[in-house]
Write a protein that binds this ligand. Sequence first.
Ligand code: SF4
Ligand code: SF4
Length: 409
Amino acid sequence: MCVMKVTVHKYLGYRRLVELTPNIAGLVRIKYNKLMEKRTLGKTGEKVSILGLGGFHLLEISDRDTVKLINRYLDSGGNYIETAPEYGHGESERKVGLVIKERRDDCFLVTKCHIRDEKGAEETINESLKRLNTDHVDLLIFHHVQSEEGLKKIFGPKGAAEAFYRAQRDGKTRYIGISGHGQPDVLIKAIEKYDFDVLMTIFNFFDRFNFPKTEKALIPLAKEKKLGIVGMKAFADGFLWNYPEESLRYALSLPIDIMVAGFNTEEMLEKDLKIAENFSPITEEEKEELFKNSPILGNYICRQCDLCLPCPEGIDIPRVFLYEGWYDRQMRDWVVRDAPEFALRDRLRFWFDNRKKATDAYSRLEKKADACTGCGECNPRCPYSIDIITKLENSHYKLTREATSVIRV
Ligand code: SF4
Ligand code: SF4
């Protein structure tokens, strides 16, 4: 097919054009100037659109719909596409490859590698390139580096790092990054010790209270090292599905370069594109309002403000709730809900499994929640109307006794 490249300045004009002539998008490749804000991806110097396309959810749709969605994203000024061999054992990469074979030059292409040894990583990288129908990606990421053991394997003798560096020397990737979920301690160690171009991790207005170190320590360090910062999980894996605008605006207002989101319907893509196209940073007042009145945070999620202290018994109340956040993201609050919401919470609460870290940390606390005498001094101090006494009981139960998600037969 002959592909003509033209420049269009008026987005609405293009939309109208496509409405009038539905097939025209397939015939004419349109380069946009100003549809979505682009930011510089740290020291790579590359310009990337603030909304990236994550490949995981492509597993849920047909090849035909995949091609349509990716083309729509690219035609809207998006240029960052990421996938991973772990998504459906290569199926996501294969689907992305359906578009890449035609439009490799239109995007900044990213894949990852979860294999920790050199030989396995090399094979995996080569297989990824084959599925993606290209001879190189722009960024190759060490996928979900969650433990120090994993980090040691990557950078130890015959570790995956050797395969990554070779791939870079051979032109199979231009840049190298690292990704991780949940608690940021391992990522902090990794970027302190090793050299990366890009960091990818989670940012959303709910988990900021469960894993506050990500915003407080990891972002500043990554900035200091001039890494590109790629966000994911703006919607907390679907938990914040009712708050698309707040979620994306909050995440994109952090000092990060790009937020990757997954789409499996045109409607979802259009909604996110609209938010990204009209993006304006969240103001301090709006942020305060979100933290104070968002129903999903409600009167259960501890905002870590410390205003309830001091406790006459010496209980470090915010710390207990922080460990509850690590344990199950403060999701089980003993409020009766309908079945779909219960199921969603139950599926998401043990996210990237930090339970052991939580129970270990709690066991080391000198004063645990069961030291509470119920004196009631703390409750009126909480600006979010959290019933601290009840929440302490709940947290103590989880952190000392609860072991399973749901009863299974
Ligand atoms: S109610 Fe419990 S936690 Fe609150 S101040 Fe009194 S002893 Fe401390
Ligand atoms: S005052 Fe409320 S929100 Fe603030 S730390 Fe205490 S319990 Fe958490």
